[in-house]
Design a protein. Structure first.
Lengths: 288, 366
């Protein structure tokens, strides 16, 4: 509650101020003060829990014991690596499905766009537990007995995550395609003799680099933290490890939260850096 | 010998015809323009030559080979787009060399050809720039070089200058024409700008509502329009409301100022319309015995021609063309001027006539 306190009070005060105006300059100053207070409230809302988590994680004795315990736990590294590999496979599969689909919808089937958008949003509506039950029921027997082997279960896990990644990946790719003149670039490449594969690989993909990166990092973040599907498929993923840790230890879950938070921030920073360096961020066509 | 031939080409989108019965034979090295308002089917026809659209009926041949249903990437047709369509992820050299790379030419050959083309478009030191680092005119020159790099049999240009400002437009169109002459490449140019079409082309195809209205060399199109549409679309007509004062004597008042027509005016109504070609009206009093005064509303420099629009007292406007003379200052906006024209230039039409009526009567009187 402390973090949200200043906001409403400040707003109420300004409302009073606005009813009795005392010159434009004064109003402007008060206006910007309100925005600063709102900003401050946001910052507090965001950082206070993090700070509290940090303090809590540091209570373990000796100092940083929670962190060293976590980092020395073979299961931590193992599950994180497993989830990271699954995430990379998910990203590759998702891009391979989404990019040609979104490209084709934009180029040739614009009328299908609302339907495709709806379908890609389904993972928001259908809970993962339904998805995983469906998968287990379908693939636990002939003709696709996938759940009986580790590799089969991994494949199911990746497939389920690909579905979960659809809303993020499709949106990222679609907005990336919107920023370039897909049709004209395609036609230009065609007139120079390029076939569909060349167009996708040499023209469309490179121009979607930034969008693909943001879609990929979001997917990465989802896969790293996902719990339900990994648990039901009994895979040694990071999400179930995190939950197990939370049930058995006091300070370590806080440390893990902060570590994964840090990793996420590094990922976001990378998006920014790579996005800034990309030569593709330019308008296509139009007078300059 | 015919190089590019379109025979009975037709394109239907559902119930509507975008192009009907299009027939054209272009010689090797010829520069042909498709001219018409938007929606007349000129771009659709161009896209059918490029292979981006398939005709509903008819055939397209290049050098005797039927390419009607051949996919665009196997036609060897170069295309320049209105929006340049340079690949933003590639440098200028990468863009120009793209077609050759797709054709798996050796890299030293690509490098050599890219260098030659950069010289040709006067951007020899810009090979390592990205498209966004170039101006619009430069980007379009790169797009032209890129289309030429594959040594296409036919070069197609789809309103390539529309996105550029006027000065660059005039300079670049000369450049396009000189490069085209130099390489002797058969070219189809789509535009809605009559001046562009008339100044560039060996032949102009005027189109309206999916049909060809007239095909001919630019002077024929301008001087001998075959249909009312061509006459109204190519060139400008001034249409001015006037009242008859003395019909048999050919005396009228226009904007409260008296003018005369060469022939007696015999219409049932008192209100008439006077049609005037801009080139038959002169600034000053030397143009003829009919004189009108008004204020200069707009002056547009069209290269060799200066078009001045004069607003008469009661709101009517007269456009007139004069040759650009560096020794003479053009009229300034807001200045009060007199314009003049001979009685023969005034074509009097009954009532509130439209441009098409005026043209039909003009053709009938010829």
């Amino acid at each position: 509650m402390t973090t949200q306190g200043p906001g409403p009070i400040a707003v109420a005060k300004t409302m009073e101020g606005l009813t009795a105006p005392r010159g434009a300059a004064g109003r402007r100053r008060r206006g910007s003060l309100v925005w600063w207070l709102v900003f401050l409230a946001g910052v507090l809302y965001f950082f206070v829990p993090l700070y509290a988590t940090l303090l809590f994680s540091l209570r373990a004795q000796p100092a940083f014991a929670a962190y060293s315990n976590v980092l020395n736990d073979a299961q931590f590294a193992g599950s994180l690596l497993y989830s990271a590999i699954i995430a990379v496979l998910t990203i590759i599969t998702s891009i391979a499905i989404i990019v040609p689909t979104a490209y084709w919808v934009r180029l040739r089937l614009p009328r299908l766009r609302p339907i495709v958008e709806f379908v890609t949003l389904l993972p928001f509506v259908i809970p993962p537990v339904i998805l995983v039950f469906g998968l287990i029921r379908t693939y636990s027997g002939d003709p696709f007995p996938l759940t009986y082997s580790d590799l089969g279960s991994d494949a199911l896990l990746v497939s389920a995550y690909v579905v979960l990644s659809f809303p993020y990946m499709y949106r990222a790719v679609d907005s990336g395609l919107r920023a370039i003149d897909v049709r004209t670039l395609t036609e230009a490449a065609q007139s120079m003799g390029a076939g569909w594969f060349t167009i996708l690989w040499r023209v469309i993909f490179p121009n979607l680099r930034v969008s693909l990166l943001s879609g990929a990092f979001l997917t990465f973040a989802i896969v790293i933290g996902e719990f339900t599907i990994a648990t039901f498929l009994a895979r040694p993923a990071f999400g179930p490890y995190l939950s197990l840790l939370g049930q058995n230890k006091a300070y370590e879950p806080a440390a893990v939260s902060l570590i994964s938070f840090g990793l996420t921030w590094i990922a976001m920073g990378m998006i920014q850096l790579i996005g800034r360096a990309a030569p593709g961020r330019v308008q296509v066509g139009g007078a300059r | 010998m015919t190089f590019l031939e379109l025979t009975g080409v037709q394109k239907q989108f559902g119930e509507t015809y975008a192009v009907r019965d299009f027939n054209l034979s272009a010689e090797r090295g010829e520069f042909v323009s498709f001219l018409g308002p938007s929606g007349c089917g000129k771009t659709t026809t161009l896209r059918m030559i490029a292979g981006f659209e398939q005709p509903t009926a008819g055939t397209i041949t290049v050098n005797g080979e039927d390419i009607t249903y051949r996919p665009p990437n196997r036609r060897n047709v170069g295309m320049v787009f209105q929006s340049y369509a340079l690949f933003p992820n590639m440098t200028v050299a990468g863009n120009i060399g793209f077609g050759m790379k797709v054709r798996k030419r050796p890299s030293n050959e690509i490098k050599k050809r890219v260098g030659e083309l950069l010289e040709l478009i006067n951007l020899p030191d810009r090979g390592d720039r990205y498209p966004y680092q170039l101006s619009g005119g430069q980007q379009q020159r790169v797009a032209l070089a890129r289309a030429l790099a594959i040594e296409p049999q036919v070069l197609l240009l789809d309103e390539p200058l529309s996105a550029l400002d006027a000065k660059i437009r005039v300079a670049l169109r000369k450049e396009i024409r000189s490069i085209q002459r130099q390489l002797g490449i058969t070219t189809v140019y789509v535009t809605h700008d009559q001046e562009e079409a008339l100044s560039l082309s060996d032949r102009v195809v005027v189109m309206s509502e999916g049909r060809i209205e007239q095909i001919g060399p630019p002077p024929d199109i301008y001087n001998f329009p075959a249909t009312p549409f061509v006459a109204s679309f190519v060139g400008t007509l001034n249409l001015l409301a006037a009242q008859i004062v003395d019909g048999p004597g050919g005396r009228l008042t226009l904007d409260g100022q008296e003018i005369r027509s060469a022939k007696p005016v015999a219409t049932g109504t008192r209100n008439v319309t006077v049609a005037l070609r801009p080139e038959s009206v002169e600034l000053g009093e030397a143009g003829g015995s009919n004189r009108l005064t008004g204020q200069v509303e707009d002056v547009s420099f069209l290269g060799s021609i200066v078009r001045t629009r004069v607003r008469l007292g009661e709101g009517a406007t007269v456009s007139l063309d004069t040759f650009n003379d560096p020794g003479l200052a053009a009229a300034t906006i807001g200045e009060t001027v007199t314009v003049s024209f001979p009685p023969e230039a005034a074509l009097v039409l009954a009532g509130q006539a439209s441009t098409e009526d005026a043209i039909e009567q003009a053709i009938a009187e010829k």
